[in-house]
Design a protein around this ligand. Structure first.
Ligand code: NAD
Length: 246
């Protein structure tokens, strides 16, 4: 069975690079019309142009998920069928040294930003329904050192996902979360080549990092009508990292 999204309007937040840019390509190739949203409009416009040149339907929008006016402006213009709440920041550091404003910035982006986008999206979905996929993390389900704000924000996204799924099921709005494990990207592959990085990989039961493409089928499933009876689902894609032995 092929998972298709023909005729669907999809939004990906934080689509200027990394997972978000990859997700935009996956949704566009499955037939959705994708809006790539990020703070730097010119970057997402260039990526949307690339997708259009490849024969897909894509456009770009400026969006800062921490600003109410920015979220409102985007949703004033369009109602989406599918929203991928991907924008996020890491904000690492020792908890003893973390200034409160840095902690707050992670919460504002990763948690309040996800809520604001989900709420604005859902207000436009109450008639025809829709699918919201929040990109959480395995750090929303377990902890690691030096990521206190991040792990707290992602745990809250997991719980928010379930709360919104409960409230919005009556409108045909499905809310799910994808919890990726460590995915190899250009940003982290230098670390994973170090001894510490290699030691981390040995703790993953499948003994490898995730690839961006490992997320494709779970993302498409949660976004598509084939998952009509799935809501509040929290799906880990992590090579078994969450079930590593204690
Ligand atoms: P990334 O830094 O490459 O991408 C994050 C994106 O979010 C960027 O495009 C950035 O510009 C955008 N963004 C940040 N703040 C924003 C704001 N206020 N408004 C709009 N956009 C904003 O990181 P990534 O690794 O691609 O991460 C994408 C998502 O996946 C994040 O939510 C992250 O927590 C999650 N995640 C990543 C991994 C991984 O291994 N890379 C694992 C688990 C979860």
């Amino acid at each position: 069975m092929e998972l298709r999204l023909d005729g669907k309007l999809a939004l990906v937040t934080g689509a200027s690079g990394g997972l978000g840019l990859h997700f935009a390509g996956v949704l566009a190739k499955a037939g959705a019309h994708v809006t790539l949203a990020a703070r730097r409009a010119e970057t997402v416009e260039a990526e949307a142009h690339r997708l259009r040149e490849a024969g897909h339907a894509a456009d770009a929008a400026e969006l800062d998920v921490t600003r109410d006016d920015s979220v409102a402006a985007l949703f004033e213009a369009t109602a989406f069928d599918i929203v991928i709440n991907n924008a996020g920041i890491a904000g690492g550091g020792a908890a003893l040294d973390m200034p409160r404003d840095e902690f707050q910035q992670v919460i504002d982006t990763n948690l309040s930003g996800v809520f604001a986008v989900a709420q604005a999206a859902a207000r436009g979905m109450t008639e025809q329904g829709g699918a919201i996929v929040n990109i959480a993390s395995i750090l929303g389900l377990r902890v690691a050192g030096h990521v206190a704000a991040y792990t707290a924000s992602k745990a809250a996204v997991v719980q928010l996902t379930k709360a919104l799924a409960l409230e919005w099921a009556r409108y045909g709005i499905r809310v799910s979360a994808l919890c990726p494990g460590y995915i190899e990207t250009s940003i982290n592959n230098a670390f994973f080549a170090t001894d510490a990085g290699k030691a981390l990989i040995r703790r993953i039961p499948q003994r490898r990092l995730g690839r961006l493409t490992d997320l494709d089928a779970p993302l498409l499933l949660l976004a598509s009508d084939q998952a009509a009876y799935m809501t509040g689902a929290i799906i880990a894609v992590d090579g078994g990292h969450l079930v590593s032995g204690l």
